[in-house]
Design a binder for this molecule. Structure first.
Ligand SMILES: Nc1ncnc2c1ncn2[C@@H]1O[C@H](COP(=O)(O)OP(=O)(O)OP(=O)(O)O)[C@@H](O)[C@H]1O
Length: 262
């Protein structure tokens, strides 16, 4: 079982959802999701294709706002504050709740500029030296500094796939997030690069709350403290990862983890 899991009982709720429904036009893709995500928790969303994992993940930083025809109902809070409040600054929200996608998507800029862009946008550095510090510390936290420190002016797109994904994680870290969302962050990577990202997720959970979608049940078992099983737009069951995989309460969860349906 996974690396270095810590007891989570006494932690604060970082994000909560109540009665969250998502519609794409007439189609109701999520039927009322309730969940509490605790501080510094790594939680994995698993479930068959099309069950709504990515849709729900995107609700957590209002990425569904960018999809024409998508509509969200219900409540989602970050530290108790409604993230769908009309007066909320969505750009700031997406810094607080960053997202890393399936396919690494560095900007077509230098490694340095990939990291410096967000802190500049959010006014996090007043001087070049401060920006340099943020770039270095973000790359260090993402486990990439030693590999790129001598070529910060080279294009981010010239890195390997695994390095590009760590660059995208560093870019997310650079704007001081509270929560990092990851939508199948390893599905485009080879096993060695995947192992590095999984190790990194474990380290990052010391500082951030991490919510990841994964198709890979072994990956959920390796890295997640909690696992939530989605099916046909419902959150069927959530619990400690060990319990979900060894002793699920619901028949549908049991059937999925034993491979009875995909
Ligand atoms: N942009 C969109 N427009 C219309 N319908 C969508 C859109 N995105 C998702 N859906 C629909 O919403 C439902 C849930 O999809 P979603 O991608 O969230 O599932 P998922 O569990 O993440 O699947 P996968 O594991 O294949 O990525 C599906 O029926 C899907 O067809």
């Amino acid at each position: 079982m996974a690396m270095n899991k810590r007891t989570l009982e006494s932690r604060n709720v970082k994000m909560s959802a109540r009665g969250v429904k998502v519609f794409y036009g007439e189609n109701e893709a999520l039927h009322g999701i309730d969940i509490d995500i605790l501080e510094n928790e790594v939680i994995a969303f698993i479930g068959p294709s099309g069950c709504g994992k990515s849709t729900f993940l995107r609700c957590l930083n209002r990425m569904n706002d960018t999809i024409a025809g998508a509509r969200v109902e219900g409540q989602i809070a970050l530290d108790g504050n409604d993230i769908y409040d009309p007066s909320l600054d969505v750009v700031l929200l997406r810094a607080q709740v960053g997202i890393v996608f399936q396919k690494p998507n560095p900007f077509p800029k230098s490694i340095y500029e990939n990291i410096a862009y967000g802190p500049r946008l959010h006014g996090l550095a007043r001087r070049r030296a401060e920006l340099d510090d943020i770039v270095e510390s973000s790359l260090r936290r993402a486990g990439l500094w030693d590999e790129v420190k001598d070529r910060l002016d080279q294009p981010g797109t010239g890195l390997s796939g695994g390095q590009q994904q760590r660059l995208c994680i560093a870019r997310t870290i650079a704007v001081s997030p509270e929560v990092i969302l990851m939508d199948e962050p390893c599905s485009a990577l080879d096993p060695i690069a995947t192992g590095k990202i999984e190790q990194l997720i474990d380290e990052l959970s010391e500082s951030y709350t991490i919510v990841m979608v994964t198709h890979n049940m072994q990956q959920a078992a390796r890295v997640a403290h909690k696992t939530a099983f989605f099916h046909l737009g419902d959150l069927v069951e959530m619990g400690d990862t060990d319990d979900i995989f060894t002793n699920p309460r619901e028949q549908r969860t049991h059937d999925y983890i034993t491979g009875r349906f995909g």
